[in-house]
Design a protein around this ligand. Structure first.
Ligand SMILES: O=C(O)c1cc(C(=O)O)c2c(n1)C(=O)C(=O)c1cc(C(=O)O)[nH]c1-2
Length: 231
């Protein structure tokens, strides 16, 4: 059995996966460059809805598999963040607001008529991973958020600069998420470092993060196809 990595080495192994993150995916590059047409932006928002609406179920799966009260308590905030405390609030509602801003009716988002099979497959795989793998691996798979703060900050700037009909208020999903992610990302990394003690657990955490990078890129591959059909 190999020796466990030191903390710095383990964190470096996780961070080394950044090139596999969806930040550099060609579809994101086109979006940030201002090259998407209104129908392409709608295809993106309607498909990503399927990811957004699954996140609380993924976080609930982590809680249900986790025997540590302190972690369960901490993780609960994520569900409330997306679902809100009452109907009409929370991240999911802010995503729907963005969908409306790009010209989608609420109904056509909620009934998921635009969701591509590849997006469904990738997102469902993420949920199944969280339900079936050890809870700390599921937490590690969410560490893509370590890479997302910078991307979301750029997204707000680039969408405002390049798509005249989108206002700052329409982007409340991202402006709000940027603040949340700096704290949550650090908390999740601390948990992974603390609970992955053996080399096998550390390797499984790195593999979980690689898997999640693939989930996100597969989503965007399918979204790219939806966009080309919509354009
Ligand atoms: O816009 C983005 O690029 C981006 C990326 C990610 C991510 O890296 O997983 C998340 C989000 N946004 C996000 O808004 C979000 O709520 C979120 C939750 C999670 C997760 O795995 O638990 N990732 C992400």
């Amino acid at each position: 059995m190999s020796e466990p990595l030191g903390e710095a080495e383990f964190v470096a192994a996780l961070r080394e996966l950044e090139p596999r993150y969806w930040g550099s995916h060609p579809f994101h590059r086109r979006m940030h460059g201002g090259d998407l047409t209104p129908p392409e932006l709608r295809a993106w928002a309607a498909n990503r809805w399927y990811y957004q609406r699954m996140l609380p179920q993924k976080d609930a799966a982590i809680i249900s598999n986790c025997p540590v009260p302190e972690i369960r308590r901490q993780w609960l905030d994520r569900i409330v963040y997306h679902d809100g405390r009452v109907a009409g609030e929370g991240g999911i509602e802010r995503w729907l607001r963005l969908c409306a801003a790009v010209g989608l009716d609420r109904e056509e988002v909620l009934d998921e008529r635009h969701v591509m099979p590849g997006v469904r497959f990738a997102v469902d795989a993420y949920l199944t991973f969280a339900r079936t793998r050890p809870w700390v691996e599921a937490v590690a798979s969410g560490l893509t958020e370590m890479f997302s703060g910078h991307l979301m900050r750029r997204r707000v700037t680039d969408l405002l600069a390049n798509y005249a009909w989108i206002s700052r208020d329409d982007l409340a999903y991202f402006t709000n998420r940027i603040d949340a992610v700096s704290g949550e990302g650090k908390d999740a990394l601390d948990i992974v470092v603390r609970y992955c003690r053996t080399r096998e657990q550390q390797d499984a955490a790195v593999a979980a993060l690689a898997f999640k990078c693939d989930v996100l890129c597969s989503m965007l591959d399918a979204i790219e196809r939806a966009a080309s059909e919509a354009a």
